[in-house]
Design a binder for this molecule. Structure first.
Ligand SMILES: *Cc1c(COP(=O)(O)O)cnc(C)c1O
Length: 503
């Protein structure tokens, strides 16, 4: 860190006569030294609150930047006024302390949005995490015997009750669950998968690559659209370690298709003394059709069908924290649990506490649509959203006028995160359109940027020359409407063509 000009600056330079410096640019020697800036009352208050390290560091960086501007003759005299400098310092300190991960309002219409953190945790889960993390807990301690316990036992019994499986173990996420399952059961062996199920989930999770990472050899059978039982049977050799089915969660194969169901693949596998695993991805723990939502396979169905292992995510339809759940036959789960890679993929106590509390909600299915935010959002009736849109429309219209017009609109949302890919959720919200056709794209970008720049950023979706705000994700409307004056000010302050794309 260099402070080249400070000895020259130290002095009364900063107290220039304002009248004389108003038009001329500030000179480097007009800037105070760091210590002098820190003696400003406002800066002293910052020091008292945040300590010397942070505040002095930011003061140094601030003054270095201003000095560079002054040397270039590009610094306005007003910028070196003590009050201005103190305000700039406070802004820098606050910006440095501001978290990068921020709460946002998800008005995209996609309920389980991977980029926006997937499932929202239930209050019960939030409370349990807070309570368990505030002190020591029985993570790996058996309170009955006073001896060492296993962290899996926090949720194993619950998972067995809910899925009908004999045993269960958990890891960081479902990608880890699939990797571990394949590695533990088929490292150095062959794994048979249908060509119609070689999925890419996104974010570099491709079944063939996972297979390679796990040290197994993928044996593809059947064709993209049709795979038959005999395809599996004929591919089995002494090198085979596992038969696997992958739920095609983010796409659908339609038309002239045939696939082999789990029960049939499991029967073939067991004929040859081999295990059979299925990766469900989303893993709804309840029959979604009971809430008029599209059907999604459940782990309990797959266990009942004879699968030895079923893997699924914790933060998709299950509505819990990021987690990979592995349920199945006792001996197979034991083999997976003792595989060394398990230790590297093990779940932290934080999500484990959230997972336990989330799973407990499933013991009271009648209350689930109230208690579990994911299900609560998915089951909000379109009529309720239409009424909400009608109620918000006037205030939003006033805030974005005259550059935009606002209409109440029916929309089609989606569940998200690869769950039920073709299903659409009838929804409603506000469609905001630029008043003028000319420059409409830029106007929409500017509007989206202004929405993102609010204290609680609002994330919508641009399509068909409109910005769509699907209200399914808005449970507390005041969180949006309270910010409308800020949105209005931001739009008024913006020249028509600028687009503030700050990341
Ligand atoms: C989402 C998904 C995964 C990955 O699960 P994560 O919990 O995101 O790691 C794996 N397989 C399928 C079929 C999925 O849908």
């Amino acid at each position: 860190m260099t402070r080249p000009t400070e000895s020259v600056v130290d002095g009364s330079g900063a107290r220039q006569d304002q009248g004389a410096t108003a038009r001329t640019p500030a000179r480097p020697q007009d800037l105070p030294a760091v210590d002098r800036l820190l003696r400003q009352p406002a800066a002293a208050a910052l020091l008292a609150e945040h300590g010397h390290t942070l505040v002095a560091g930011e003061a140094r960086t601030l003054l270095d930047g201003l000095r560079t501007q002054a040397l270039a003759g590009a610094l306005e005299a007003a910028a070196v006024q003590p009050a201005t400098l103190a305000a700039a310092l406070e802004e820098r300190v606050q910006a440095r302390l501001a978290p990068r991960m921020r709460r946002v309002l998800n008005l995209t219409g996609t309920v389980i949005h991977t980029n926006l953190g997937r499932a929202l945790l239930a209050n019960a889960a939030l409370a349990h995490v807070a309570a368990m993390m505030a002190g020591p807990n029985s993570l790996e301690y058996d309170l009955d015997s006073g001896g060492r316990g296993d962290r899996d036992s926090v949720v194993e019994e619950l998972l067995c009750t809910l899925t009908g499986a004999e045993a269960a173990t958990v890891v960081n996420n479902n990608a880890a669950a699939v990797l571990l399952t394949i590695a533990a059961l088929a490292r150095g062996k062959e794994v048979i998968v249908s060509r119609g199920e070689l999925v890419e989930i996104g974010g570099a999770f491709r079944m063939p690559d996972v297979m390679a990472s796990a040290g197994a050899t993928l044996v593809e059978v059947g064709t993209t659209n049709r795979t038959h039982p005999k395809d599996y049977a004929q591919a089995i050799t002494p090198r085979t370690g596992l038969l696997m089915k992958v739920h095609t969660s983010n796409y659908a194969v339609q038309g002239f298709t045939a696939s082999v169901d789990e029960a049939e693949i499991a029967r073939i596998a067991h004929q040859y003394g081999l295990p059979m695993a299925t990766d469900l991805g989303s893993g709804a723990l309840i029959d979604m059709t009971a809430w008029d939502l599209p059907a999604e396979p459940t782990p309990q169905q797959k266990i009942a069908a004879g699968c030895d292992v079923v893997t699924f995510s914790g933060d998709k339809l299950l509505g819990g924290p990021q987690a990979g759940l592995i349920v199945g036959r006792k001996d197979v789960i034991a083999q997976i649990r003792k595989f060394p890679m398990k230790r590297a993929l093990r779940m932290s106590k934080l999500p484990l506490a959230a997972l336990e509390a989330t799973l407990r909600l499933y013991l009271r299915p009648e209350r689930l649509a109230q208690d579990l935010p994911t299900l609560r959002l998915l089951t909000r009736p379109a009529g309720e959203l239409q009424a909400l849109a009608a109620r918000l429309q006037p205030a939003v219209a006033a805030a974005v006028a005259p550059r935009f017009t606002v209409a109440v609109a029916d929309m089609l949302g989606q569940i998200g995160s690869g769950s039920l890919p073709v299903a659409r959720l009838p929804s409603a919200g506000l469609a905001i359109a630029p008043a003028q056709k000319k420059g409409a794209g830029r106007a929409l970008d500017a509007l989206a940027a202004a929405l993102r720049a609010m204290p609680l950023p609002v994330i919508g979706r641009i399509a068909d020359d409109r910005l769509w705000l699907d209200l399914r994700g808005l449970e507390r409307p005041a969180e949006f409407t309270d910010q409308l004056p800020m949105l209005q000010a931001a739009l008024r302050g913006q020249p028509d063509t600028t687009c503030h794309e700050t990341a």
